[in-house]
Design a binder for this molecule. Structure first.
Ligand SMILES: [Cu+2]
Length: 113
């Protein structure tokens, strides 16, 4: 009986802990996107990443809204995906090699030239 109670207790803890860690969070990330194809590039990349429910970039302020399951993906990992795509994400700078692969208009300042 005692073992059964212990097991029930453990299951209860696991379930409540699981609910806490798999909460859907919403964040806004400042990016360095330049144009509509940047928007598509970032959104496509994120919308196919595991744990991300929704990603939409606002081209006016270049802010990306992301809804994600914090039990499956961390905010830092989302920013890493963006930097690997060639864009800044808040405090995380774009990876230079990824920026090089972008079309000229999508590189930093590309739309001003
Ligand atoms: Cu672009």
């Amino acid at each position: 009986m005692k073992a059964f109670l212990t097991l029930m207790m453990m299951m209860f803890i696991t379930v409540s802990f699981g609910q806490k860690t798999s909460k859907v969070q919403e964040v806004k990330i400042q990016t360095s996107a330049e144009c509509g194809s940047c928007k598509n590039r970032i959104e496509n990349k994120l919308n196919y990443a595991a744990g991300i429910k929704f990603a939409e970039l606002n081209l006016d302020d270049k802010k990306l809204t992301v809804k994600y399951n914090s039990g499956k993906i961390k905010l830092e990992d989302i920013k890493k995906i963006i930097s690997e795509t060639g864009y800044d994400a808040d405090n995380i700078k774009a990876i230079p090699a990824a920026v090089e692969k972008l079309p000229a208009c999508c590189k930093p300042g590309g739309m001003k030239k």
